[in-house]
Design a protein around this ligand. Structure first.
Ligand SMILES: CCCCCCCCCCCCCCCCCCCCC/C=C/C(=O)SCCNC(=O)CCNC(=O)[C@H](O)C(C)(C)COP(=O)(O)OP(=O)(O)OC[C@H]1O[C@@H](n2cnc3c(N)ncnc32)[C@H](O)[C@@H]1OP(=O)(O)O
Ligand SMILES: Cc1cc2nc3c(=O)[nH]c(=O)nc-3n(C[C@H](O)[C@H](O)[C@H](O)COP(=O)(O)OP(=O)(O)OC[C@H]3O[C@@H](n4cnc5c(N)ncnc54)[C@H](O)[C@@H]3O)c2cc1C
Length: 654
């Protein structure tokens, strides 16, 4: 490709990277249009430009040099500044635009209104009736109030049926009385609840006339709107530092006989009338809609975290020279090592595959939302199964990819100058929040078992499980003929997923027939079931990638995406040795593939991943700016270590 077509080429860059960029066989902007979708790709460029022009939105110093208090303050300062400019920069109703702005300005370490946007507003949209929306949603969108989603407790996060927080209806006063009756019932973890929020949607077990009616959502005011002081009957605070994500004040909450009006229960679906009559929702799990919303968005979010890590390590691998392939020649760029390519390229392919799967899960969520508005609950189960599997597989594999990217940077990857530690810490949090991964796999497992039952009854399931009814398939990959193209790979993938799903179903049946209870039989099969869920989800990701590539019009972009698809299918399917060939094909485009993610230096926050490749001089600058280097001798050293050594010396002289 001629140099002028590569949008990432700039004067003054490290020549090692310029050399890489000149090798690109496609236009990085056109590939970015495929990765993000052309609208979002264009908007991200415009957003980055708008941020460049507003210095108050820039980091005051690198986040890893800040204390937790400084990080919390920095995020709050930026949110305040953003609030003055935000509507000029993004369309607030577009989650992905707003999320991009958030990542570029504030970053991935959290901020005071993440949960407000990620769950508080979606929960109001999904669960409040029209009158309640008028009362709270508009104020929330204008950011007059800041809210969170308070569901998890100290003792229970997964098993929502055992939540201990109670909301008991008092007919006489037409109020609910909210209580945290035990230590384990304290709400624990909700993002931004510790210090930032003044409202929360609290999930509590509803009790009417001593009857337990399960988890429902209630609007609770946590702090005074003027003074921000904690409201009476409430105890609230931050839960302390975490592995990562420390700009966020995840919090705890204790409710002691807190009375709230009847209309503070969100009543779009389930309802409690003044006399205490309870009306069931049309679908039992509609109260969980905010979780499904976040799960459907987590896929693109984790594709992006993986992209951050891989663009850092791919660029760095092209400026880092270490060792020889031919001892008579110069030291080589570490990217030339076959092991380095095997370490990185399959994850680059996954980042693309995950981004495409994520776009699809968001699209499916929007379709389900519209059909629900029209009173149709049919799509809820399919979407729950799809997002449960995708959330679990993608967060796990993204975590693995980020860690490989860190190791690919050698020692410097362990310095926070690379920012890898934070990307990893934030990435793997997704394995836990919005449903622990192995638990979510079981949710998909239930769905697959139902599909197998319907196949055995002679029915033909539709949608993503239709392949379970395809009979007479080949039994082994050895039967695949290479000239049949990728469709053949997909059929092999279907075969493997189907075989595992039937294996799990048969095992379950065997245990049930042996007299075990359904639950015990299920528990005895969960490893097999989770394998089936994993394979089913990987099939979905591969199939979606394949279909997506078929749609690409630009031939140069399509060709490089086909290289990635080929690598992806082989990596996921066949044996490790087989992808050496594909890795060779990816090598010339390695830097341009990551440039196509168009992650700015501001967004990256990584010295190693700098777009210009000037790593070493900036690593030195980074080290010099450490707080610990501001004094030759640290006060703490004078206080503890110096007296210790002086004392030891004195002792030895005696
Ligand atoms: C001015 C400045 C501006 C700045 C700009 C900022 C802009 C930001 C923009 C943001 C945009 C959004 C992007 C997203 C960002 C994400 C950030 C996230 C940060 C982290 C937040 C984390 C939050 C949380 O973690 S909240 C808590 C989550 N908790 C959980 O997930 C709990 C897990 N447990 C469960 O979900 C369930 O209880 C479960 C599924 C384990 C079991 O439930 P059960 O009740 O016991 O049910 P079960 O018997 O197993 O099944 C019965 C039946 O029900 C079906 N089922 C279960 N769940 C659902 C569901 N959700 N939907 C549909 N159906 C469901 C199940 O399948 C069974 O069906 P059948 O088999 O048919 O019986
Ligand atoms: C960064 C972060 C942000 C969060 N933000 C929020 C928030 O804003 N609001 C909120 O309400 N919550 C939030 N959470 C809480 C989060 O949703 C829960 O921690 C999560 O759902 C997991 O639940 P748990 O902690 O109870 O895990 P546990 O269920 O205790 O998991 C422990 C182990 O038990 C296993 N296990 C549990 N149940 C089963 C089962 N049925 N079958 C097989 N194995 C099982 C799990 O697989 C896991 O290995 C957040 C958590 C984190 C880390």
């Amino acid at each position: 490709m001629s140099a002028h077509l590569n949008a990432a080429l700039r004067e003054g860059d490290n020549p090692e990277l310029t050399e890489e960029r000149r090798k690109a066989t496609f236009d990085t902007r056109k590939l970015a249009d495929e990765f993000f979708g052309s609208h979002l790709a264009r908007r991200r460029r415009e957003i980055a430009k708008a941020i460049d022009a507003i210095p108050e939105l820039h980091d005051t110093k690198p986040l890893p040099f800040m204390t937790r208090e400084e990080k919390v303050e920095e995020a709050a300062r930026k949110v305040f500044t953003l609030s003055k400019h935000i509507t000029d920069i993004v369309d607030l109703s577009n989650n992905r635009e707003t999320q991009s702005l958030n990542e570029m300005v504030i970053g991935i370490e959290g901020m005071p209104i993440s949960l407000h946007f990620a769950m508080f507003i979606p929960a109001l949209q999904g669960q409040a009736d029209d009158e309640q929306k008028r009362e709270w949603l508009d104020r929330a969108i204008r950011m007059e109030i800041i809210g969170t989603y308070a569901q998890t407790e100290l003792g229970h996060g997964t098993n929502l049926r055992m939540l201990e927080t109670t909301a008991t209806y008092d007919k006489q006063n037409k109020e609910f009385i909210l209580n945290s009756p035990t230590l384990t019932s304290l709400k624990w973890w909700p993002g931004n609840m510790g210090k930032s929020c003044n409202y929360a949607i609290v999930v509590a077990n509803l009790i009417i006339d001593d009857k337990l009616l399960g988890p429902h959502s209630f609007m609770v005011q946590l702090r005074d709107e003027n003074s921000h002081e904690t409201m009476p009957n409430i105890q609230i605070g931050d839960i302390g530092p975490k592995m990562a994500y420390n700009s966020s004040d995840n919090g705890f909450l204790k409710l002691s006989n807190l009375r709230i009006p009847r209309r503070n229960m969100l009543m779009k679906h389930a309802k409690v009338q003044e006399d205490g009559t309870y009306k069931k929702p049309p679908h039992e799990k509609l109260a969980y809609s905010a979780m499904v919303h976040v799960r459907s968005h987590m896929i693109t979010q984790h594709a992006m975290l993986l992209a951050y890590a891989l663009s850092i390590s791919t660029r760095y691998s092209c400026i880092r020279r270490q060792g020889y392939i031919d001892p008579k020649k110069d030291e080589v760029k570490v990217i030339e090592y076959q092991t380095q390519q095997h370490r990185l390229f399959p994850h680059i392919a996954r980042a693309y595959a995950f981004a495409f799967a994520g776009t699809e899960s968001i699209r499916k969520f929007e379709i389900m939302k519209r059909s629900l508005e029209a009173g149709n609950i049919e799509l809820i189960a399919d979407l729950h199964a799809l997002t449960s599997g995708l959330k679990a597989v993608v967060t796990y594999l993204a975590g693995q990819g980020i860690e490989q990217a860190r190791q690919a940077c050698g020692g410097h990857g362990y310095s926070m100058a690379s920012y890898m530690g934070e990307i990893y810490g934030v990435g793997i949090a997704g394995c836990t929040y919005e449903g622990e991964n192995l638990v979510m796999m079981q949710q998909l497992g239930r769905y697959l078992i139902k599909a197998v039952k319907s196949v055995k009854e002679g029915k033909k399931p539709t949608g993503y499980v239709a392949y379970l009814a395809h009979a007479g398939q080949r039994h082994s990959l050895i039967d695949c003929r290479p000239n049949e193209g990728y469709a053949e790979h997909i059929r092999a993938f279907e075969h493997i997923a189907r075989r595992q799903t039937f294996r799990a179903a048969e095992r379950l049946q065997k245990y049930e027939n042996s007299g075990l209870s359904t639950e015990q039989a299920w528990n005895n099969c969960t490893v097999e079931l989770n394998r089936a869920s994993r394979l089913h989800t990987r099939l979905f990701i591969a199939c979606n990638f394949y279909e997506r590539v078929l749609d690409v019009e630009d031939m140069a972009v399509r060709e490089v995406l086909e290289d990635l698809l080929h690598l992806h299918l082989n990596y996921e399917l066949i044996d490790i040795a087989s992808y050496a060939l594909e890795a060779k094909k990816i090598r010339p485009n390695a830097v341009s593939l990551v440039d196509s993610w168009e992650i700015t230096d501001r967004e990256h926050r990584s010295v190693l991943g700098r777009r210009d490749g000037h790593v070493y001089e900036n690593l030195f600058k980074w080290a010099k700016s450490s707080d610990l280097n501001q004094n030759d001798v640290l006060p703490s050293h004078k206080k503890h270590l110096l007296p210790m050594m002086l004392n030891a010396r004195k002792q030895s002289k005696l």
